[in-house]
Design a protein around this ligand. Structure first.
Ligand code: FAD
Length: 415
């Protein structure tokens, strides 16, 4: 993709827009469209946005969009700077070792609690004159030639808009109402996630992963401070552990002690972290899926974020892709006053970048989460070496930083 992400202009023709879903994709879109002069209504099914979930890794792409939204300072203050991704086997064989700084001076990621990103976006949305509809689940999006009607079962009359942006997440109920063929495939593996304190700051600066074959994976990443916590200054980390979906109930039944023993057999140094987990209720089980569709628009409706292109979190890109979606969509709507033309330009502009990350994450996920034996063996033999080979390292770095648009296509322009 060669066009810059942002066009600084305001909308040549302001529209009324319904944005459905107040996740990263929906909030960033509502904010950018409202700032450009569009009249935006944001529908969210939950009544109160609460800081659920664990940690997220924000990449230079997502940070760039947040910078342009004026939120990066706040995000940096509550998150933790990530300089390096280090993945090893239990005996210390290096599988992945990437330094953000090798992609450019000052390049880094930010580990952050999901709730901190959500509240930064939410405060900005509230201050921007977006009409907010919390506790409003949208059930139907109907298209007519000149408008879109958004309907909720609980409200008799539908509401009319010039366009609708569907951003209702991986398991979207609205995606199938848009006349675009799509597929969803749930991964056989998910992960337990939690947030714990890192009093010794042992994990400062890096996302640390330990792998045994592809059936065991422990990840630990700093996420900075938790604003709501009594120990606000204390650094926290997110810890995740790979779990086969069909085994989740069984592992719970075997008990916390058996699970901790399994974790510590892989990484004994994680004991100060697992020691803080006293109940399975502290672990969130996350499942994930691949969503494929193209194009991402039909006439006056566009699907963005996980609803349009969910992947496994292996590459840590989903929220970043959602932020880029929002920036490109706002740019297209500012540049083209005709809505179907603007949305067609959006689908074209997002194609290479999204195709690359969907391809790369579906290729790499089984290398780290599966029952395969040969794949992880090859991974352990060659991946660490590839991290030091100039061509391969360049591709790995641009994949990590979120800018890759295809092996021979060059990188996304952050300007
Ligand atoms: C375990 C895990 C770890 C991850 N780690 C990373 C990471 O490190 N880095 C990264 O970039 N990404 C990561 N991701 C991916 C990232 O979380 C998602 O890609 C991102 O949150 C997508 O945002 P979204 O706005 O598209 O969807 P969501 O965050 O799912 O938001 C959808 C919103 O729509 C609302 N909604 C749903 N249906 C309706 C309806 N009918 N009407 C109104 N509202 C509705 C929902 O309540 C929700 O608020 C991870 C994901 C998982 C599961």
């Amino acid at each position: 993709m060669s066009a810059p992400l942002f066009a600084d202009s305001v909308a040549s023709c302001p529209h009324t827009a319904a944005v459905i879903g107040a996740g990263t994709a929906g909030m960033a879109t509502a904010l950018l469209l409202a700032r450009a002069g569009h009249r935006v209504t944001l529908f969210e099914r939950v009544a109160v946005l609460s800081p659920v979930g664990a940690g997220l890794l924000l990449q230079p792409t997502g940070l760039y969009v947040l910078e342009r939204l004026g939120l990066a300072a706040q995000i940096r203050a509550s998150g933790a700077r990530i300089e390096r991704l280090l993945g090893t086997t239990p005996v210390g064989r290096i599988v992945l070792d990437l330094h953000y700084a090798d992609a450019g001076l000052g390049v880094h990621g930010i580990g952050i609690h999901r709730g901190a990103l959500s509240s930064a976006l939410w405060s900005a949305v509230q201050a921007t004159g977006v009409t907010l509809r919390l506790g409003s689940e949208v059930d139907l999006v109907e298209q007519a030639s000149e408008h879109v009607i958004v309907r909720q079962r609980s409200v008799e009359a539908g509401e009319q808009f010039d366009l609708a942006v569907i951003a209702d997440g991986t398991f979207s109920q609205l995606r199938s109402q848009v006349a675009i063929p799509h597929e969803i495939a749930v991964y056989p593996w998910g992960a337990w996630w939690t947030i714990v304190r890192d009093p010794e700051r042992r994990y400062d600066g890096m996302l640390r992963q330990t792998y045994q074959h592809a059936s065991r994976m422990l990840g630990i990443m700093p996420v900075g401070r938790l604003a709501a916590s009594a120990t606000a200054a204390m650094p926290f980390v997110t810890l995740f552990w790979s779990v086969r979906r069909v085994d989740e109930a069984l592992l719970r039944a075997r008990g916390l002690r058996a699970w901790k023993e399994e974790v510590l057999a892989l990484a004994p140094e994680a004991e100060p972290l697992t020691g803080q987990i006293a109940d399975f209720d502290q672990l969130i089980f996350a499942t994930y899926a691949d969503v494929r569709m193209f194009p991402w628009h039909h006439r006056r409706v566009v699907v963005i974020g996980d609803a349009a292109h969910a992947t496994s979190p292996q590459l840590g890109q989903g929220a970043n892709l959602a932020l880029v979606d929002a920036a490109v969509l706002a740019r297209c709507l500012n540049m083209h006053s005709d809505i179907p033309t603007a949305l067609a330009a959006y689908s074209r502009a997002r194609r290479a970048h999204l195709n690359y990350y969907q391809w790369a994450s579906s290729l790499l996920t089984p290398v780290f989460q599966s029952d395969a034996r040969l794949l992880p063996l090859l991974r352990d033999m060659f991946m660490g070496v590839a991290c030091h080979m100039p061509g391969a390292r360049g591709q790995m770095l641009s994949t990590l930083t979120g800018t890759n648009t295809g092996l021979l296509r060059g990188n996304l322009k952050l300007e």
